[in-house]
Design a protein around this ligand. Structure first.
Ligand SMILES: *Cc1c(COP(=O)(O)O)cnc(C)c1O
Length: 362
């Protein structure tokens, strides 16, 4: 590892693969002999067109996305999708159904209420968002416009380990914080979106995968820049796209493909989270905050016996080269985000630090 770099456990923006960072650095001033960087190139240039096409092709390959789905590169973050989903996919007279599993789904529900008749099918507030439970038992009306979930709850540290069966009701998922971290069947979903900055690139790019037949739902009155079809019809080049984000996303997906694809990264992610949860469960000093069955493999949340000790833990971990471990301000405690680019060695190093810290403070 580069001696200037530390292990980065930030929740987002977050760690990117070192190989990708080096490659971007290498070509930053002179992209493939052009004499200037890709971020200085026209988005209509051959060079960028090749990047844009490769980014989409890589994702299609990684996730096995069929021709009946469009892949879009948008801006506005995950948060704009909270509004774009109901603006484009709500159906007058039908319910827009949501599962509330934490901070990010609650924000999505708030936006949806501006455009749709919302029904909250699962209200995780009853469990302080510490569990998801058996989502196959949820009662989703068969005439709903769509059913919306957040696959990984970045703030609280819960994750769906299987998805609800919704029949003909399109399943919509905010996968911002576990996108490309594990295998799943795209065909189960009507629309998937992800802000790039957790697992697949820098902030500024939002990836959307949408089943093409759903694009017909968008009301004629909706403004051009908020319509999915605008971007589906133009290879996401209706206006200037987030060129740097798409370029970095291309490098990250190149890296994923070269490392064996989603199956290979999933195996490593399983080992990382398993080792850390095993360490948590080994003592009463550290206490995982969510129900074991619903634990996230991306964001591992835990508490120490006192807040003062948590502060000390974060501070000393940082001094030991383990950065970004402070929990989200809404829940406190410790949060270790173990995205794709966080190596197994980082987790081993954190576990050693935890053992050492417990010995001194337990
Ligand atoms: C970070 C995050 C968001 C918000 O993303 P922005 O790009 O900041 O709008 C939405 N959903 C989930 C699950 C997230 O982790």
């Amino acid at each position: 590892m580069d001696p200037k770099r530390v292990y980065n456990f930030n929740a987002g923006p977050a760690a990117l693969p070192l190989e990708v960072m080096k490659k971007a650095q290498e070509e930053f001033l002179d992209y493939h002999g052009m004499g200037y960087g890709i971020v200085e190139a026209s988005h209509r240039s051959k060079a960028f067109e090749e990047v844009n096409d490769a980014a989409e092709a890589n994702l299609r390959k990684l996730l096995n996305i069929g021709p009946d789905y469009a892949v879009l590169f948008l801006q506005g973050g995950g948060s704009l999708q909270f509004a774009m989903v109901p603006m484009n996919l709500a159906v007058p007279g039908k319910k827009a159904c949501y599962a509330d599993t934490g901070e990010w789904s609650l924000k999505a529900i708030k936006e949806a209420k501006l455009f749709a008749d919302v029904e909250v099918v699962y209200d995780g507030r009853h469990y302080e968002y510490k569990r998801i439970g058996d989502c196959t038992e949820w009662d989703v009306p068969q005439d709903a416009a769509y059913f919306y979930i957040c696959s990984n709850n970045t703030v609280h540290g819960t994750q769906y380990h299987f998805f609800p069966e919704t029949g003909d009701v399109p399943l919509i998922a905010d996968m911002s914080s576990d996108f490309c971290s594990r295998r799943f069947d795209v065909n189960k979903f009507g629309l998937i979106f992800a802000g790039a900055q957790k697992n697949v690139g820098p902030a500024g790019l939002t990836v959307v995968i949408v089943r093409k037949d759903l694009l017909k739902r968008t009301p004629a009155s909706l403004t051009t820049m908020l319509r999915y079809s605008t971007f589906a019809d133009s290879k996401s080049l209706y206006n200037t796209p987030p060129v740097f984000g798409i370029y970095m996303f291309r490098l990250v997906t190149d890296w994923l493909l070269a490392s064996g694809g989603i199956e290979a990264i999933e195996k490593i992610n399983n080992v990382k989270s398993h080792n850390l949860y095993e360490r948590l469960d080994l003592s009463i000093f550290y206490k995982g905050t969510v129900e074991p069955a619903d634990r996230s493999k991306m964001n591992v949340c835990y508490r120490l016996p006192e807040e003062a000790l948590e502060e000390k833990f974060v501070k000393e971990a940082k001094a030991a080269g383990l950065d970004g471990l402070k929990g989200h301000r809404a829940v406190g405690g410790i949060r270790a985000s173990l995205y794709n680019a966080v190596p197994l060695a980082a987790v081993s190093s954190l576990i050693d630090f935890m053992t050492d810290f417990e010995e001194k403070n337990g």
